[in-house]
Ligand binder design. Structure first.
Ligand SMILES: Nc1ncnc2c1ncn2[C@@H]1O[C@H](COP(=O)(O)OP(=O)(O)OP(=O)(O)O)[C@@H](O)[C@H]1O
Ligand SMILES: [Mg+2]
Length: 231
């Protein structure tokens, strides 16, 4: 589904990603773990095309998309929820979801009603203007919108950040429910959450992949546990 081959990404002269290769198969949930500044967001931004790599290739569904714009990639079926989620602040929660459904190119298996069933928090807020929601509530709305758009590949940058534990639980439940239908790459600092919802993971440090493995391999590896997971 998605493959990055030795990508090198820069901000100006700063060489941030130094040969990052990751691979996400269809219907897999893969997490990218690492500390602050490790390069998680930069990897996601490289993939969606906001900061294209200077070297290396990105393949999406077998096609070389390295130089394509974010707009083209969204059109091809990638969906991206950035760290600073964006919602339509003048629309209600329900209207935000309707817009996402209208914008969806593919017929999805998810409806707003089903989203509300898994996310009771969002249901309670359905008539509120999105602009009046808390940061965490906007975050969950942004993720719900991305899911309704029914992408081939969902890129989530730190979905847990700023969420209250009860909303993290809802998010976990939602990801576990949609896992069969969607492919997800998520960047997270919250390793225990990430490993609960993921099949596999990569650990990135200073722009390089240090470890990769299944959830079981990562949680069994003493060095990984001690240095990166803080489990
Ligand atoms: N726009 C930018 N211009 C210059 N340097 C940047 C820019 N964005 C990020 N960086 C640098 O790139 C490195 C990787 O940042 P990145 O945002 O990818 O980290 P991260 O793993 O997502 O961290 P966090 O967990 O804090 O979100 C950091 O050293 C950061 O300071
Ligand atoms: Mg980040």
């Amino acid at each position: 589904m998605l493959k990055t081959e030795e990508i090198h990404t820069y901000y100006g002269d700063s060489h941030i990603l130094q040969g990052v290769s990751i691979n996400v198969k269809k219907r897999e949930v893969v997490c990218l773990l690492g500390r602050n500044g490790a390069g998680k967001s930069t990897t996601i931004k490289s993939i969606i095309g906001l900061v294209p790599p200077r070297k290396g290739r990105i393949l999406f569904q077998g096609e070389d998309v390295t130089r394509l714009s974010p707009y083209r990639k969204v059109w091809m079926g990638m969906s991206y929820v950035p760290e600073d989620r964006r919602v339509f602040s003048q629309l209600t929660v329900e209207e935000n979801l309707e817009v996402a459904l209208m914008a969806s190119r593919r017929k999805g298996s998810w409806t707003a009603k089903e989203i509300f069933e898994v996310l009771p928090t969002l249901y309670k807020l359905r008539h509120r203007k999105a602009g009046n929601l808390s940061g965490g509530e906007q975050q969950i709305l942004a993720i719900a919108r991305a899911i309704l758009a029914n992408p081939h590949l969902l890129l989530l940058d730190e979905p847990c950040e700023g969420l209250a534990p009860v909303i993290v639980e809802e998010l976990e439940k939602m990801i576990l429910e949609i896992r069969e239908q969607v492919t997800i790459l998520l960047a997270e600092q919250n390793a225990s959450f990430a490993l609960r919802v993921s099949h596999r993971g990569y650990i990135i440090e200073k722009g390089r992949i240090k470890f990769e493995g299944t959830k079981e391999e990562l949680t069994k590896n003493e060095e990984v546990k001690r240095r990166y997971l803080a489990l």
